[in-house]
Write a protein that binds this ligand. Structure first.
Ligand SMILES: *Cc1c(COP(=O)(O)O)cnc(C)c1O
Length: 696
């Protein structure tokens, strides 16, 4: 489910001075592979959503993506006031208010469309917090169908919601001013959800009583989901840190965010030559099942075939860049002589670097320009030349990003680099496809840890392209010396200019001392055997791992199937499970403050520690808690947790119990701390209840 942005993001042209110009051509839906969704009477299916003082109609569209259907909504309906027809025209356009309207259209309108189509999904997977209003609408619908209150409806439905967070900095979360939320969602909360404004705000705030705290969409997503994941291993750590304020007193590593590393859809990004080679080695159906057997088959491909794959890819790319660049320069008003020169840029036999991404400052698109003299020398070396293709858009409101585009254009001009370095305008998926099929080396220079995953580097793998990248996002888990090159030291350095300078130096050194010599050292057949060895390792080990086959399998087994099961369990019997969860949380809220630890006795004998803890639960039902021993582990990721069992009731104390556990004494007893946490059938803790009491 998504929005149909009829003007997309924006189209980029670069003028002769290197200024980025933004265009917003209207994408005529009649020219797109999409279809209006019609009702049985032939009328266009439309959803109505209430905004303050008026309603907006959203038209429903259908896109067929392979065997799947994608539904889109747009507001360009003649029934709407002119001012509302453009609500969904641009991605990342306008300010917070427009953004909020778009998110209401997506979340509330989107869920309504799914229901209007009779789809009744069991699992709702949120791609980032932007879509989180869908959780409210899903709960509202469940409440109306079953008659349970909103909190029970949310408790029942959240079990079927999965939230994937994508940002690596708190500033990346969508946050709205309280006044905007009150204006747009106040009536929806009281009339549709049946909750107070305070209850609504509590879902999007760290502190429900702070009337000034903005409404955070990622927090809403957290409170309305049964599972939460980040998009790479490193991003998992970063996200646990970002969300740890919602789980106070819990160790940061236990903040309930796991990870599924992204992958790319290989058939979309592979060249026809790569397709042929892979089909020969691994068969036609290689991307239909699991990919575990592919590596061995790729290992067996002869050197010459791999080297030819590179040569073909590079040759096709060079031809394509020549055509595209001459059109691009004509459009920017360059004189015919220069346009003619564009038809002869680059060389199909020269080591080809690619650098293309959004020009956001954290991606450091100018790191290669740190020492322009040195970089220009490297490009124009007559014995071992290098060529570079670069592309990227800066957000139209991001002046700093646009300046970086200009720096590249001016660098190419000042050093007369046209045959060796080209800036391709209007980076989009089509251009990305061509680049990743042809380049020998893909460079990525984000500031660790701000690249949550990154996917562009994965797209070169199948085509035999190699990566030289910062140890961030996916590359932090993919890199080994055999498959490519790593930038940085695997640690965080913020935006320290001295560290940027150091990394720029490291980048030039890698190119000069390792990448370039390796590419140009050839055997008797003209093949670089060490380059080919690296290609083979990268293709065999990384392609099957960083593809959507692996990603979707992980989501299915670890998230979707359990979520569907838990949702059915809670939704059964008109949401009885949801009602129970609410009762459990109410009990915890009322009684947690009164529980406490008494004495702890530890004895050690015969390689075992025996712990006995006195616990006073007072009026709290022992079935609602778990008493356990906790110890950190060296990796800090998965701590040791050992359940303590009830041994007996304590004499003379209502609600007093002795809990005990015996463990081996490999680690000193002082490493372990007893603690009490909530427990209830299938509830996710601490995601659904973040209480915790430590013995000390
Ligand atoms: C793959 C892709 C991206 C994502 O690139 P990263 O550099 O990994 O963030 C962005 N834009 C386009 C057009 C892409 O094809």
């Amino acid at each position: 489910m998504g929005l149909l942005y009829q003007q997309g993001y924006f189209r980029q042209q670069i003028d002769r001075d290197g200024n980025q110009q933004a265009f917003y051509p209207y994408n005529d839906p009649g020219q797109l592979p999409i279809m209006p969704l019609r009702q049985s009477n032939g009328e266009w299916l439309r959803m109505e959503i209430a905004l303050p003082g008026y309603t907006v109609w959203l038209r429903a569209w259908q896109v067929k993506v392979g065997r799947r259907k994608l539904y889109l909504l747009d507001s360009n309906d003649p029934a709407n006031l002119p001012v509302h027809r453009g609500l969904t025209s641009e991605l990342y356009g306008g300010g917070p208010e427009l953004r909020l309207k778009q998110e209401l259209a997506l979340g509330i309108g989107g869920w309504r469309l799914l229901e209007a189509l009779g789809l009744n999904p069991e699992v709702c997977h949120l791609n980032e917090g932007h879509a989180a209003f869908a959780l409210l609408e899903r709960a509202r619908s469940f409440k109306d169908k079953t008659g349970v209150p909103f909190d029970a409806a949310l408790a029942a439905t959240r079990a079927g919601n999965v939230f994937t967070t994508h940002t690596a900095v708190a500033a990346g979360f969508d946050r709205f001013a309280p006044e905007l939320i009150s204006r747009y969602l106040g009536r929806y909360a009281t009339e549709k959800l049946g909750i107070s404004h305070r209850e609504l705000f509590a879902l999007g705030r760290q502190n429900p009583d702070d009337m000034h705290e903005p409404f955070n969409m990622a927090y809403l997503a957290m409170r309305g989901s049964g599972a939460v994941n980040a998009v790479s291993r490193l991003h998992g750590q970063v996200s646990r840190d970002l969300f740890s304020p919602l789980f106070r007193r819990w160790p940061i590593n236990e903040a309930p965010v796991t990870h599924v590393t992204n992958g790319i859809h290989v058939p979309t990004w592979e060249s026809s030559a790569a397709d042929e080679l892979w089909a020969e080695a691994c068969g036609q159906g290689r991307w239909l099942g699991n990919t575990e057997t592919l590596a061995a088959k790729i290992e067996a491909i002869p050197d010459v075939r791999l080297w030819e794959l590179r040569t073909t890819g590079r040759t096709v790319l060079v031809e394509d860049v020549r055509t595209r660049l001459s059109r691009q320069l004509t459009a920017s008003g360059y004189e015919p002589e220069l346009v003619e020169r564009a038809r002869h840029v680059l060389d199909p036999n020269v080591l080809t670097l690619g650098f293309a991404r959004r020009f956001a400052t954290y991606k450091r698109p100018n790191l290669l320009l740190h020492d322009p003299d040195r970089f220009a020398r490297l490009l124009t070396d007559s014995r071992r030349p290098v060529q570079l293709i670069i592309a990227g858009k800066a957000h139209p409101a991001d002046g700093a990003g646009q300046e970086l585009v200009q720096q590249w254009i001016q660098f190419i001009k000042r050093y007369h680099l046209l045959p060796h370095a080209v800036f391709m305008s209007d980076y989009d998926m089509r251009l990305a496809q061509r680049l990743v099929r042809g380049v020998d080396l893909w460079i990525n220079t984000p500031r660790r840890p701000w690249e949550a995953s990154g996917t562009s580097g994965m797209k070169v793998l199948v085509n035999g392209g190699l990566n030289l990248s910062e140890l961030d996002g996916w590359w932090a888990e993919a890199y080994s010396p055999a498959v490519g090159w790593a930038l940085g030291d695997g640690r965080e350095h913020g935006d320290d200019p001295a560290w940027d300078a150091h990394e720029a130096d490291q980048l030039y050194n890698l190119l000069e001392q390792h990448v370039i010599p390796e590419f140009y050292t050839r055997d008797a057949n003209g093949v670089s055997t060490s380059w080919v060895a690296r290609m083979r390792a990268s293709m065999a080990r990384l392609t099957p791992q960083f593809c959507t086959n692996r990603t979707v399998r992980e989501y299915t087994h670890n998230y979707y199937l359990p979520a569907a099961q838990r949702y059915h369990a809670r939704a059964a019997d008109r949401g009885a499970g949801g009602v129970e969860i609410v009762r459990w949380k109410r009990e915890l809220a009322e009684k947690w403050g009164s529980i406490r630890f008494g004495e702890l006795h530890v004895s050690t004998a015969e390689n075992a520690h025996t712990f006995q803890a006195q616990v006073y639960l007072n009026a709290l039902d022992p079935a609602m808690v778990r008493v356990e021993l906790f110890a950190n582990t060296l990796d800090g990721v998965t701590p040791i947790r050992i359940e303590m069992k009830t041994l007996r009731k304590l004499a003379g104390a209502a609600g007093g119990y002795a809990y005990g556990a015996t463990i081996d004494s490999a680690r000193p007893a002082s490493d372990y701390t007893p603690r009490i946490i909530p427990r209830w059938s299938d509830a996710a803790v601490p995601l659904e209840a973040d209480y915790i009491l430590w013995q000390r």
